[in-house]
Design a protein around this ligand. Structure first.
Ligand code: TMP
Length: 244
């Protein structure tokens, strides 16, 4: 890889070489991209679906999706990433796989939908990589490396709004393990990490929000589904000028 120029990344000096869309074209998408982030058991997917229904009532076309696993290839990556022994791969391998999933998710699903004017609600996005693979693992991967990964896979595209659902990891993990009881394939690879990992990751989300207050809003998720839904629609209505 030689250079990043303009809106493309070029893989060799020859101008006829293959160029990849870095997502800079998607800077002015017609739809809105809203991401939900947070630790385990915060109720992200429930809230995402409730928001989707609420937006539909407002006649706003939207799709819900997730990372990892928002595409066909992504589902295979998800199985590798979230099941099995917690030590089966290290943070570097995880970052590479999460970014592979993210790139496929953006190019095959998110950007095409946004370009058509459809709003996209995603259960997790790049902040999860920073919170889990950087903060969770004691910042062993250089932050600059993660930023470079972001540029390669995502360009300077970013969510219009990121809702970070915050909860004490002890409560979140209890909820998450209770949910896993009914699953045939247990998606508990990260849940099985020690509590300290989850505290660091939670702190990571709070630091991300502090660094980017215009994009990220932290909401207390330790409340009823309906109360949290009201907080979320209040936020979305205000942010995008919709009637509540
Ligand atoms: P969940 O969204 O159903 O909780 O499952 C996804 C799991 O993958 C969750 O434990 C968080 C983890 N994850 C990362 O560690 N890094 C990432 O970049 C993403 C998107 C998820």
């Amino acid at each position: 890889m030689e250079s990043i120029k303009g809106k493309f990344i070029t893989f060799d000096q020859n101008e006829t070489s293959r160029q990849l869309d870095l997502g800079l074209e998607a800077l002015i998408p017609a739809g809105r991209f809203i991401t939900f982030e947070g630790g385990e058991g915060t109720g992200k997917s429930t809230q995402l679906n409730l928001l989707s229904e609420w937006l539909k009532q407002k006649h706003i076309n939207n799709i819900t999706t997730k990372e990892p696993g928002g595409t066909e290839i992504g589902s295979e990556l998800r199985r590798l990433l979230v099941t099995g022994d917690k030590n089966k791969m290290d943070a570097v391998a995880e970052v590479l796989l999460y970014y592979a999933d993210r790139r496929i998710h953006l190019t095959n699903k998110v950007w095409p939908a946004l370009k058509k004017g459809t709003w996209v609600l995603s259960d997790r996005f790049a902040d999860s990589t920073v919170a889990y693979q950087y903060y969770g693992y004691d910042k062993r991967i250089p932050f600059e490396t993660l930023k470079d990964m972001y540029t390669i896979a995502v360009g300077n595209f970013k969510p219009d709004l990121t809702v970070i659902l915050d909860i004490d990891p002890k409560i979140g993990l209890q909820r998450s393990f209770a949910k896993a009881v009914g699953m045939t394939v247990k998606e508990t690879r990260f849940e099985s990490r020690e509590l300290d990992f989850h505290h660091k990751m939670r702190q990571g989300f709070l630091e991300i929000a502090a660094r980017e207050p215009e994009r990220c809003v932290v909401l207390n998720a330790d409340k009823s589904i309906e109360a949290l839904h009201q907080d979320i629609i209040g936020l979305v209505a205000e942010r995008f000028g919709l009637n509540k």
